[in-house]
Design a protein around this ligand. Structure first.
Ligand code: SOE
Length: 362
């Protein structure tokens, strides 16, 4: 029996990887009242620096050492993509709960295997599809019935941090990031959110991808900077998604709009305090206000109206819900490895469609 089932009071956590997102995880871990026992990184020196920066009790010489130490109950895998699967599987095999960054794996088959392994072990295994934790996303989900039958789901996720040829990152290298980039890195968030809010299932996709900046840091770029996807859901709704990491001025603009037969809902991640409710007459912007939100959204609205919440709050709520699940409590809308695998299946379908120039089912 893992320590976590014996020791309910304090969740002991290790982080593997100390980049930008590792720091966000560390903050959320502390916020959830858990203990950040240790950090592992690419090497012992980076781990020592990471432990200092993240405020962990200690540094581990390697990820394996951390996983096998017997001193943690939960491992957060915050490494480049190619290490997600081996490390998450090792942690599950060691009886540990796992939080693994997205994309869960660099291909759908591996991600599916990870979801199956997590289900077999019964351990909590989650993926930070954190935009689910915006209060106004929960509000959209709660109000879905008010817009009638969903006919159209569309939107985009646009960034510009890879606009210049001098912009580079491990995600661009297929050996570390996987054969795709923009679709798995940010398109996965959008697809997860679209399916989460609507309850629809994207059933087939027809996509195009392109490399816009063909050389970065002296190397030829092989992974897509942009993609356009049209899709149909299992119930017959139509949709489209545009993703880009080279759209000047767009920093982290995830936009999702759902048209129903009687109303519309629209959410913009960069303006997360509002949800647009569209109607033939009387369209209005709903504001995040715990006094008027539906019950499911209120749970993710700790601050009063007019005190803006954002990305950190989403992350904090995601980690808090993960640890609640570790303690055996149910939390609605927790993104698990099954959702990570689902996003990986859609990602693979998009990349295959672009490659083969045909519709692909997912
Ligand atoms: C970079 O594109 C990135 O940090 C993604 O990896 C995250 O998942 C997204 O939330 C913000 O952008």
């Amino acid at each position: 029996m893992s320590d976590i089932r014996r020791q309910k009071s304090e969740v002991r956590v290790g982080i593997i990887g100390t980049g930008f997102i590792g720091r966000v995880h560390a903050r959320a871990i502390r916020q959830a009242g858990a203990r950040l026992v240790g950090v592992a990184a690419a090497d012992a020196e980076a781990a020592a620096e990471g432990a200092r920066l993240l405020g962990a009790d200690r540094a581990f010489g390697s990820a394996e050492e951390l996983i096998e130490s017997g001193s943690v109950d939960v491992v957060h895998v915050c490494t480049p993509n190619h290490l997600h699967a081996p490390l998450a599987l090792k942690a599950l095999d060691a009886g540990l709960a796992v939080v693994c960054e997205k994309p869960l794996a660099i291909d759908a088959a591996t991600a599916t295997l990870m979801a199956e392994r997590a289900a077999e072990t019964g351990l909590v295994a989650t993926v930070p599809f954190v935009y689910r934790f915006h209060a106004m996303v929960r509000e959209a989900r709660a109000r879905l019935a008010e817009i009638g039958r969903v006919s159209l789901i569309q939107g985009s996720y646009l960034q510009d941090w890879l606009l210049e040829s001098s912009d580079s990152n491990w995600r661009v290298d297929p050996a570390l990031g996987g054969p795709g980039r923009t679709v798995g890195d940010i398109g996965s968030h959008w697809c997860d959110l679209a399916e989460f809010v609507t309850g629809e299932r994207i059933a087939k996709v027809c996509a195009q991808t392109a490399v816009v900046v063909s050389n970065r840091a002296g190397a030829r770029v092989l992974t897509e900077d942009i993609a356009t996807v049209q899709f149909a859901t299992a119930s017959g709704a139509l949709g489209s998604l545009t993703v880009s990491q080279v759209s000047p001025g767009r920093k982290n603009r995830l936009f999702l709009e759902i048209s129903g037969t009687t109303g519309s809902l629209a959410f913009d991640q960069e303006n997360p305090e509002q949800l647009w409710f569209g109607a033939r007459t009387g369209s209005r912007a709903l504001v995040r206000d715990p006094l008027t939100l539906s019950e499911s959204a209120r749970a993710y609205s700790p601050l009063p109206a007019g005190h803006p919440q954002g990305f950190h709050d989403c992350f904090d709520a995601f980690v808090a819900d993960t640890y609640a699940a570790v303690r055996g409590e149910h939390r609605d809308g927790l993104p698990t490895f099954a959702h990570g695998a689902r996003a990986a299946v859609i990602t693979d379908a998009v990349l295959e469609s672009a490659r083969t120039d045909r519709w692909v089912t997912c």
